[in-house]
Every structure is written in C-alpha cells, then in structure tokens.
Design a protein around this ligand. Sequence first.
Ligand code: CP
Ligand code: NVA
Length: 303
Amino acid sequence: MKHLLKMLDLSSEEITEILNLADQLKYEKKHGIPHKLLEGKSLGLIFEKASTRTRVSFETGMYQLGGQPIFLSSRDMQIGRGEPVQDTARVLSRYLDGIMIRTFEQKEVEDLAKYGSIPIINGLTDFCHPCQILADLMTIREYKGKLSGLKMSFIGDGNNMMNSLIVGALKTGMSISVACPEGYEPDSKVIDFAKEYGNKFEMFRTPKEAVVDADVVITDVWASMGQESEAEKRKKAFEGYQINSELMSLAKSDAMVQHCLPAHRGEEITEDVFEAHADEIFEEAENRLHAQKAVMVKCLSDK
Ligand code: CP
Ligand code: NVA
C-alpha cells in the first residue's frame, strides 16, 4: 500500500489486512511484545486543524514502532504562508519517510501524494477521515466478531465521517442506512459509489427509518471543524437528528454506539446514551492507535 488518501482507494482485501495487522499490534502492545517495525523511519505530521486523538495516537504510535514522529503545525510552516504544496511535497520527501496530513481540501492531500515521493496518510479532510473509519471497523469487529452482514446506521451530517463510513461499511460487507436533513447529504462521489451496492445503502430523511434493526448506530458533530460560523444554523437544521434512548429502542437490543469524538452531549447524542456506550466509544478511540500503527507499517515498512 503506497498511501492512505481515502477509503475509496482501498480494496476490501486491503481493509481486512489492515484490520488483521491492527489486531496483532494491539495484542503485541498489551503483552509487552516489541514490534519496532519502523526503526529509523521519520513521519511528519502536518496539522492545519486542531486534534487531540489523531496527533497523540500518531505520535505515540510511531514511537512504539521505533520511529520518529515530527509534529508540524501549519501555523509554523511556510505552507501556512503560501508556499505551494508541490514544493512542500518535494522538499519533505527528501527528509521524511512519510507524511500524515490533516487539512481542509482533499485535493491538498492528493497533491502531496502526486508531487512528493513518499507515502501520504490522510488524517482528516473535509471529504473523509479514513484513519477513523479503520478504527471504527476494528472496534465493531472486536465487539461483534464480524463485519459482513451487520447493519450500520449513521444519523446526522453528510460530512467526512458519513462519507467514509458509507464506503468502509459497504466494502466490508455491511449494509448502511443514513439519515440527514435536506442539504446535508453525503458527497455525490460517495452516493455514486454506494449505488453499485443496491439496497445495501439507504438514505432517509428521518432517523427512525434509518435506525431500524441496526447493529451499530453512529453519529458525529453537527458543525465540523471549519464550519463554526454555521453552528447556529446547523443546530436548527439537525433538530430531531439526535441519538437518544427513544431512537435506540428501534435498533437491535444489543446495538453498539460509536462516536469519533469530540462529542457534544445534548446535541447529536444524549448524555445517557453516550455513557451507556462509553466503553465501546473509548475502545474506538484507543483503536485509533492500533489501526494507525497498522497503516504506518503498511505504508512505510520496507518489508
Ligand atoms: N476523532 C478525531 O479525529 O479526533 P481528533 O480531532 O481529536 O484528532
Ligand atoms: N466531522 C468532524 C470530525 C472530527 C474528528 C470534523 O471534521 O470536525
């Protein structure tokens, strides 16, 4: 695997290989088995948006693999003052063995991969969040023992999370139903992709329709990073799109809840549902570490 730019680029087999390696690395970490698979390698971490989980899990993950993470805030880089991506990519390719980037436009990530000569890992764009989805799939597989045949429901914004979950769920044999208000649908590229899967993908206006018999119910914030000025407008648009106990009563009785975090209790999810599923949600957050270590090994290892 050369890069991780978006879920659309991964085959079903590649996803399974990443999840299997992630499980193995999690086991090795828990049992104190050394796994310094990236000794001598350096990974640059470019952040043009805030982060808690992505930054800390990539930094510590790279350290556990024997490599060196280098945090690069765009505020301190020339890219933040207008140096073109094409030049940044060609320069950093001469120092580093890989780059993780969190930014706004998907094109910036694709351009880094196009102009640079080292692996690029997408740590979130407005279009997608593949590292998060790999951790989500890992967690669901851990709790349910399988992915194929399960039903996922995503309630809320057609944002980076919804876009990537649709692709990740369908590529791993799950079905997915989403509910979003008019004007907040997933990206048209994702809808076109999902159409090939027939009735395994369904889009509804009401959360109740989407959540029926779900094995996993997922949501995300109503205003993503970069959309702060729309927060009030979005609060109105997403009224009724909340995961609460009434909605959960329509899902399977043993349904899981996942949330990429940070969560806004009382908006997209109630406090009681969040706390009832806190173990699954924080396992999901932990699995960012293991899933991303698998991605780094797949992309950066010489073997
Ligand atoms: N879920 C997630 O990506 O969290 P951060 O924004 O804290 O990295
Ligand atoms: N949709 C959210 C995800 C945060 C991890 C955002 O882009 O801000």
